[in-house]
Design a protein around this ligand. Structure first.
Ligand SMILES: C[S@@+](CC[C@H](N)C(=O)[O-])C[C@H]1O[C@@H](n2cnc3c(N)ncnc32)[C@H](O)[C@@H]1O
Length: 218
């Protein structure tokens, strides 16, 4: 049975940035694979990796076969991601588990020219604006939880077709360490041209497109 999950609210936002004719996509820290399965409708092949074996087992159990999603247990910090391999890389609620300055260049290099990195992240509140936005999100959070519970009780199908998302399996969580200002600062250096937006529920999105190859000189 699905749980109220803030990350799921932003799937459509991220999926809008999958490049057309996406051949190979990677979902880092895929958890039970909910996003990887949605991504599979827009990419020829999707790889879902997670360092937690129980997450990969749940993701496999939730994925009807045949499928173009391939899961494997892997630590993204140790994994050889290759260079210029992926048209799209997503990381939902994962980056705060990792050293930002280490992971971002690795993901950038793994993108093909023109490929897109889409991050949904969590930031640490520090400024008055951060706290004001968080306060505004509290009633919406309760409303979301209540609506979700009613929908579940009434057995109204949720917008995802696959509702089996690893019953009883909770992905590992971690507190956010970086503020939004720190994330903007580091992304400005590591992912030039990236666009960062603040969202409700203590989240931000980061979108980066790797520049295409320059046309060969005549
Ligand atoms: C909060 S969960 C998010 C899961 C999923 N992306 C979602 O949106 O529901 C974070 C996931 O990242 C995974 N993770 C953390 N560090 C990782 C690493 N170094 N390599 C691969 N996966 C990692 C965890 O095992 C966990 O499943």
């Amino acid at each position: 049975m699905r749980r109220w999950n803030h990350n799921d609210l932003y799937h459509r936002v991220l999926l809008r940035h999958v490049p057309p004719h996406c051949d190979r996509a990677l979902d880092v820290g895929c958890g039970t694979g909910t996003f990887a399965r949605a991504l599979a409708e827009k990419a020829r092949v999707v790889e879902g990796i997670d360092r937690a074996p129980e997450m990969i087992a749940a993701a496999r159990a939730c994925t009807p076969q045949p499928s173009n999603v391939h899961y494997r247990v892997a630590d993204v910090l140790a994994e050889d991601l290759g260079t210029r391999r992926y048209d799209f890389i997503s990381c939902l609620a994962v980056v705060h588990h990792l050293p930002f300055a280490t992971i971002m260049p690795r993901l950038r290099e793994a993108l093909r020219p023109g490929g897109v990195l889409a991050v949904l992240g969590l930031y640490r509140e520090r400024t008055a604006t951060d706290y004001a936005v968080s306060l505004a999100a509290v009633p919406l959070n309760w409303l979301g939880i209540a609506t979700f519970a009613v929908v579940r009780l009434a057995s109204i199908p949720f917008h995802h077709r696959d509702r089996r998302t690893g019953k009883g399996v909770r992905p590992p969580v971690a507190p956010a360490a970086m503020t939004l200002a720190e994330i903007r600062h580091h992304a400005g250096t590591l992912l030039p041209g990236s666009v960062i937006r603040r969202h409700l529920f203590w989240r931000y999105s980061l979108l980066y497109r790797r520049p295409g190859d320059s046309p060969a000189a005549d």
